[in-house]
Write a protein that binds this ligand. Sequence first.
Ligand code: HDE
Length: 723
Amino acid sequence: MAKRKRSTPISLEETLPTFDQHSKAEDLSTDTAPTGKTLTDNMGHAVSDDQNSLRAGSRGPTLLEDFFFREKMTHFDHERIPERIVHARGTGAHGYFRLDKSLEAYTTAKVLTEVGVETPMFIRFSTVAGFRGSLDTARDVRGFAAKFYTKEGNWDLVGNNIPVFFIQDAIKFPDLVHAVKPEPHNEIPQAASAHDTFYDFIAETPESMHMMMWVHSDRAIPRSYGMMEGFGVHTFRLINSRGESHFVKYHFKPALGVHSLVWDEAQKIGGKDPDFHRRDLWETLNEGGTLEWDFGVQIFTEAQADKWDFDVLDPTKIVPEDLVPVQKIGRVVLNRNVDNFFAETEQVAFMPTNIVPGMDFSNDPLLQGRTFSYLDTQLSRLGSPNWVEIPINRPLAPVHNNQRDGHMRQTINPGRTAYFPNRLAGNLPDQAGARGFVSYPEQMRETKRRARADSFSDHYGQARLFWNSMTPVEKEHITKSLAFELSMCEVRDVRLRMLERLEHINELLASQVAVALGEKPRAAKTAQPGGQQDSAEETALLAGATSPTTASGKLQQARALSQEVGQPKLPKNRKVAVLIAPGVNVAQVNAALDALKKAGAKGELVGTRLGDIDGLNAPKTLSNTDPVLYDGVLVPGGAKSVQALVARPEAHNFVVETYRHAKPIFAFAEGAELLTASPIGKALRNMGGKPDAGKTDGGKAAPVQNLSEVGNAASLWGNPAAL
Ligand code: HDE
């Protein structure tokens, strides 16, 4: 795309010269700083000496006239902007959305009707509660904020990886956030909801119980950003060319399926590599890989919605996919890292009010409140109404209006008219009328009042649906997560009030958590501390093609909610540690690395020392990395190498931790000796050398020519049956 000359008037109708997935990259390149050879200050003066300030004599005080020093220091002093009040910790990448199926019947929005067009995108992922420098693997909701640079202006879908929210009304958001953030007197704990103020608030807010089930499930500790779903959360509207409105819910379904860490891994990773998710995204894209999602919609009419026993305007509810299937309409691909984290990822600003003609809001009271908050927050975070001119935020669609001036204005608007109507400039820029954004003319006949609709009052139905839809392992993880977080609350009354809430969802769940907290089981059913027993109807299958329903037609289970059922389990983007020491069987290592690469996975050499080992280059050592940072471990043969590994406790730790977290272990030839010498050796011997599904290859030496099986065995990933 040609460099845009922003001072030249362009009519709204004029299409951009070219428009494809690279258009935003080209637009951003017009602002990329040139790399020069001579150091200058910000006014272009060549700097003679950047290492010594100007002094009165070589040992005297620094002189005020040293404008080089003062400029450099002043700039530095002002380099930070306020971090986001929520979603401070995050990272982002560029990509595009390709539409495969037109939604013309429902909307006039070009981004959803022009099949084949690749709309440039930027997506920022985040945790909610932690500060900007906190860890990636906290148990938390993940932000999934997508900006589509469409021909008709920016469309932001500012969603999460969980399809519901804690509260039903935006007016409660400041309370929720004050409760979950570190407590105000001592600013503890960081990036954790496991504390009294959060559960004090939640226990008094029963509408949060459905969300509670999700945040205590494995969804809140994703393996990577590319292995989580994204949801628009609210019900939105689409408006077609006849002016008809349909409701819509937006979904991003990861090509790799939904997969998670286990809690023990998540906690350890937080210490070993707080940048775990950020690094995974960065490395994948840097190595030419992609993160991909199917983009889907659930479309339904207001009349359909009126018949359901929940309110689609209530953001604590999903529309089960069994009621309205998700139609996949296109592909979202992330394929390019940012050039500068601050300029792009930190300064990117999303607003749910960025919608295009053919779309509109619903009356969801949470969404309604969000329509105010985001513009407001950008003003305080980015400091001026001209934040819209920052390269990452400005649209590809032309902008022309009568807004002027303000801090840091970049655009130079020529001419004398900055108002409308004007005859001096022929009444330009003119209003677009029906061709522009027109709000859906919804009929309103309500009485003004502060009240919640009765249809918002069921706080437990979908929490139960979620619980019932979990497999036994998933239920066990939820139970343990609740027991963990509540055990961190110091005030017993807070714990007891939470147990009461849980009872409304499932008695056994409440009882098991109660026992773990040293309280009496809450109900008649016997609790099994640490174990999971459930009634027959609750554990009934999730194996069928459709979700079972009760006689009344109400859903008892919804297949799409479980992440253990029906998710693709692929080796792509998985990372395997390959343990090596001098004397390693180099041919085996190379064959293994090849096999992993062919399967889309990555082998990383972890050496007894850094760098060259028998001509192989180990970028990591047993001491500077850790098994929790990998999806599996591979021990190649080579008698001397294996002996050296057997002598290193860290190598044993690789085998043990990988086993404990139910990730695959591969051993070739003598490599099996590390397995048998390790503390899990006894367990392996007891298995009689038979493969232990999901855990190891049984310690059996696998011949080199079978290394292609690494790819097949990788289908074991995604088995959550770990600790
Ligand atoms: Fe946000 N939210 N939010 N939120 N939100 C912000 O805007 C807010 C809500 C979400 O990567 C803030 O630019 C209110 C739901 C994401 O830059 C702020 C309410 C969902 C991000 C704000 C909600 C989200 C934010 C802070 C209740 C999922 C990160 C910084 C009415 C659908 C965007 C900013 C990024 C960020 C307000 C609830 C998603 C303060 C008032 C529900 C992904 O404006």
